[in-house]
Design a protein around this ligand. Sequence first.
Ligand code: FAD
Length: 289
Amino acid sequence: MKIKDILSNKRFTLSFEVFPPKRDGNLEALFDTISVLIKFKPDFISVTYGAGGSNKDLALEIGSRVKNQLQQEVLAHLTCVGATASDIAEILSAFRKEHIENILALRGDPPAGTEKFKRTEGGFAYASELVAFINSEGSFSIGAAGYPQGHIEAMSLEADIINLKRKVDAGTDFLITQFFFDNDDFYKFLDKTAQAKITIPIIPGIIPILNYKQIKRMAQLNGHELPVRLNKYMESIAEHPAEVEKYGIDYATRQAQELLNYGVRGIHFYCMNRSAPVQQILSNLSLPR
Ligand code: FAD
């Protein structure tokens, strides 16, 4: 089923993001995780895509197993990095063959060792161009990324939202946000996108802090710091991984419950390929389902 149709039929969607294990990684461990996650009846599971398509085959294999063996809807991520339009057409055709109907269209980050994203000759410079291309192929529901604190390369949040509107106008059906730790950033983002006449569903992305140093680094790569109080507390327990994880789960639970009270259209959990933390978070939430 297309996520566009799920969103028009349901007031709230639950979704989980997983990533292909690193080379020689254990696919069965990932499927153990997914088999626990699907007990929560997610509306879809998203599968990330290595920036340069390095894990293209594995991402396709995971997507296909989730869709065809586990009978779960899949949102397959896809980036423009290192790909021509005909490469993208080939990948779309492979997704179509596996009955995958939903694509998260992304530009992707500049490849390691380079500072600026460079369009591949015959490829795409922005996610909006990829969205338009996928749209012209006809058969997919298309999602795209939104940044409540603004994308790192944008001059300002306002400038980023102008570009976001282009991406929406190119045929995006829904947005999933980058993770954030202060819900006010998300509420302000909703106000600003509404002012920009972006009316498609915007699903907040939540990440539990399970490893403080890793999340801090990820936030910095996105050009952001953790909120001061959260950061200060995390610094104080940083040498105690079990405490970090416990507090991270607790924080994500409170954050998600507040978003639910606000009436968000869904929640997308960045699971980090683990089921237990999300299981704990969900067991403490009352989802509107
Ligand atoms: P775009 O929407 O193209 O925006 C990139 C920058 O260009 C922004 O600063 C924007 O303001 C600017 N811009 C856009 N259009 C124009 C224009 N017409 N003129 C001038 N400036 C413009 N990366 C992966 O490699 N694999 C994944 O699986 C993956 N999954 C993700 C999932 C989510 C939910 C999110 C939020 C991010 C994900 N990313 C992933 C990261 C993403 O690829 C990077 O953040 C990347 O730097 C930007 O991608 P984008 O699709 O948002 O780009």
